[in-house]
Design a protein around this ligand. Structure first.
Ligand code: AMP
Length: 482
C-alpha cells in the first residue's frame, strides 16, 4: 500500500513525500482510511509506530474544508506530557506545510500570554496537555463547542498520571457529535472501559509494538551494589564507549543526583524529569536532541514517547517499578531498524522487580561483567544476604500490593504542582547550594552535601526492602489542574 492508496489529498501527499516517508506504517495503513470515512477509532499502538501521522494526516484533510475562528478550535489533540504535545505540534507543522491551518500549542510551564495570543488568531487545531487546557478554558480564553475532531493520545499514560478526570471533563466540554480517536499503547479492562465512554461505534485498529525493539536491541544485566552503583555506571559507560544514550532512574530525586554526579565526572549529560521548570526541560531536551549533550538522565514519565532518532544506548540505572516501563525504556533505542544496546543495573534488592521484567519479556536478561572488583563482588554477596533477611521480615509484616492496583501512582507521577504547572508553581530543579554538613545531611563525594531525605544514614547506602514498602492507602486529595 502507498500513501496515494490511502486517499489523502495531493497537498498532504506532497508534505509526506518531503518528510521522506515512502511507505505508510501498519497503523497508518489501518487507521487513515477509517478516519477519512469519519469513523471513531480505538487505536492500540505504541509510540514509534508512526501513529502521530496516523491521526494528523487525515485530520489535515478533514479540516481543509471549513473555516477557523479565533479561540474556537475545530480539532483538539490531548497529550499526557508537554514533550509529547510539543512533538505532536512538530509533526503537525511538518505535515500541514501545504494546508492553510493554524495551530496553537497549549502546555503548562510556558507563558499564558503567548498562548492566549495564539488563540486570539484564528485557530484550527489545538494541541494541549489537559491541565493547561482546562485552565485557559476556565479563564474564558478557549471555547470548545466547535471541536469536531478529538484525539486522546497515550490514554494509558493519562491513566497512570491521574489525568483521566481532566480528560473526562474536557470530553464533556466538546460537542457530543464529533469524531473521536483514542490511542493507547496497552489495552486492559480500565482502558477499554474508558474508550467505551469516549467513543461511538469505534473501529478498533491494533498494531504490535515496533518489531525493531525485540530484534535489534541487545539486552544485558549488570549486577552491582547500592554503594557502587554510580561507579558501576561510569565503568559501564567507559567500557562500552557510551557517548549517546538514555539513562533511566525511577525517582526524580535520583535523576538530579545522577545528573550532578555524571557532570562532576566530566560526562556530557543533561537531565529531564517532571518537576523541572519547563524552560529547563525544553533546554535540556533540545541539547540532547541536537547532539550537544550525549547522555540524557531521565524519569519514565518525562521520557516516555520521546522520538529521538538513532540513540544507540539505553541504561536502566534502576530496574523499573512497573515491568512494562522496561519495554518503553528499551524501545528508546534500536529504532527504525538500527542496532541498540540496553543495559540494566540491578542490586540484590531488585530481585522481585527484575523477576517481573524477565517474566514480561519471557526470559532472563543475560548477565555481563564489566570488571567488577573483588571488593564489589563481596559487597554484592553481603547485600544478597542482607536482602534475604529483610525479605523474611517484610513478607511477614506487609501485605503485597502493587502501586497501580491500589491506585497509588508510581514515584515518578507528577505532583499536582508539577502537573502542567505554570512557572510560578513548578518546583525548580534543586540547585546545589552550600549547606552545613552536620545540619543538613551527609556528604556525598559525587554530588556534594545531600539532604537528610536523600538517604537513610542508619542503614548505610543500602535501604532494606521493608522500608521501601508503600505506606497504607490514604485517599488522595483531588489533583488541582494548574
Ligand atoms: P510516532 O510513533 O508517531 O512517534 O512516530 C515515530 C517516528 O516515525 C517519527 O519520527 C516519525 O517522523 C516517523 N514516521 C512516521 N511515519 C513514517 C513513515 N510512514 N515512514 C517513515 N517514518 C515515519
Amino acid at each position: 500500500m502507498t500513501f496515494e492508496d490511502l486517499g489523502l489529498e495531493p497537498s498532504t501527499l506532497k508534505a509526506v513525500a518531503e518528510a521522506g516517508y515512502t511507505t505508510p506504517t501498519p497503523i497508518q495503513n489501518k487507521a487513515i482510511p477509517i478516519v477519512l470515512m469519519g469513523r471513531d477509532v480505538m487505536g492500540i499502538a505504541q509510540t514509534g509506530t508512526g501513529k502521530t501521522a496516523g491521526f494528523i494526516l487525515p485530520m489535515i484533510d478533514i479540516l481543509a474544508s471549513g473555516r477557523s475562528r479565533a479561540r474556537m478550535p475545530r480539532a483538539l489533540i490531548l497529550c499526557p506530557t508537554r514533550e509529547l504535545a510539543a512533538q505532536a505540534a512538530d509533526n503537525f507543522a511538518k505535515y500541514s506545510k501545504y494546508a492553510e491551518l493554524n495551530m496553537a500549542l497549549i502546555i503548562g510551564g510556558t507563558s499564558f500570554t503567548d498562548q492566549e495570543k495564539a488563540l486570539e488568531k484564528s485557530c484550527d487545531v489545538l494541541i494541549a496537555t489537559p491541565g493547561r487546557l482546562l485552565d485557559l478554558f476556565e479563564r474564558g480564553k478557549i471555547l470548545l463547542n466547535d471541536v469536531k475532531y478529538f484525539v486522546i493520545d497515550e490514554a494509558d499514560r493519562m491513566l497512570d498520571m491521574g489525568f483521566i478526570p481532566d480528560v473526562e471533563r474536557i470530553a464533556k466540554l466538546v460537542p457530543t457529535l464529533r469524531q473521536t480517536l483514542f490511542f493507547s499503547a496497552t489495552m486492559d479492562k480500565e482502558i477499554r472501559r474508558l474508550s467505551e465512554a469516549f467513543l461511538m461505534n469505534p473501529k478498533e485498529v491494533a498494531v504490535d509494538a515496533p518489531a525493531t525493539t525485540a530484534t535489534t536491541v541487545t539486552q544485558a544485566l549488570v549486577t552491582t551494589t547500592e554503594a557502587d552503583k554510580r561507579d558501576t555506571l561510569r565503568r559501564l559507560i567507559k567500557a562500552e564507549g557510551v557517548e549517546n544514550g538514555f539513562i533511566f532512574c525511577n525517582r526524580k530525586k535520583d535523576v538530579d543526583i545522577l545528573f550532578k554526579s555524571l557532570t562532576k565526572h566530566g560526562l556530557n549529560a543533561v537531565a529531564l524529569h517532571g518537576d523541572m521548570v519547563q524552560s529547563k526541560r525544553m533546554e535540556m531536551l533540545a541539547a540532547f536532541k541536537s547532539g550537544k549533550a550525549g547522555l540524557l538522565v531521565c524519569s519514565d514519565v518525562a521520557a516516555r514517547g520521546l522520538d529521538v532518532a538513532a540513540v544507540p544506548f539505553v541504561i536502566n540505572f534502576d530496574v523499573p517499578h512497573n515491568a512494562e516501563d522496561y519495554i518503553h525504556r528499551i524501545g528508546r533505542t534500536g529504532r527504525a531498524g538500527m542496532l541498540g544496546k540496553a543495559f540494566t543495573l540491578a542490586v540484590p534488592a531488585d530481585k522481585k522487580l527484575l523477576a517481573a521484567v524477565e517474566k514480561l519479556i519471557g526470559g532472563p536478561i543475560s548477565k555481563v561483567t564489566i570488571g567488577a572488583s573483588s571488593e564489589v563482588k563481596a559487597e554484592v554477596k553481603a547485600e544478597v544476604k542482607a536482602e534475604v533477611k529483610t525479605e523474611v521480615v517484610a513478607e511477614d509484616n506487609s501485605p503485597k500490593r502493587t502501586s497501580r492496583a491500589r491506585g497509588k501512582p508510581p514515584e515518578d507521577k507528577p505532583t499536582a504542582k508539577a502537573r502542567d504547572a505554570s512557572p510560578d508553581v513548578v518546583k525548580p530543579i534543586r540547585e546545589e547550594r552550600p549547606k552545613r554538613r552536620r545540619e543538613r545531611g551527609r556528604h556525598d563525594p559525587d554530588v556534594g552535601v545531600m539532604d537528610h531525605d536523600d538517604d537513610v544514614i542508619a542503614f548505610g547506602a543500602h535501604t532494606p526492602s521493608f522500608l521501601k514498602e508503600e505506606p497504607p492507602v490514604v485517599p488522595e486529595p483531588e489533583l488541582k489542574a494548574s
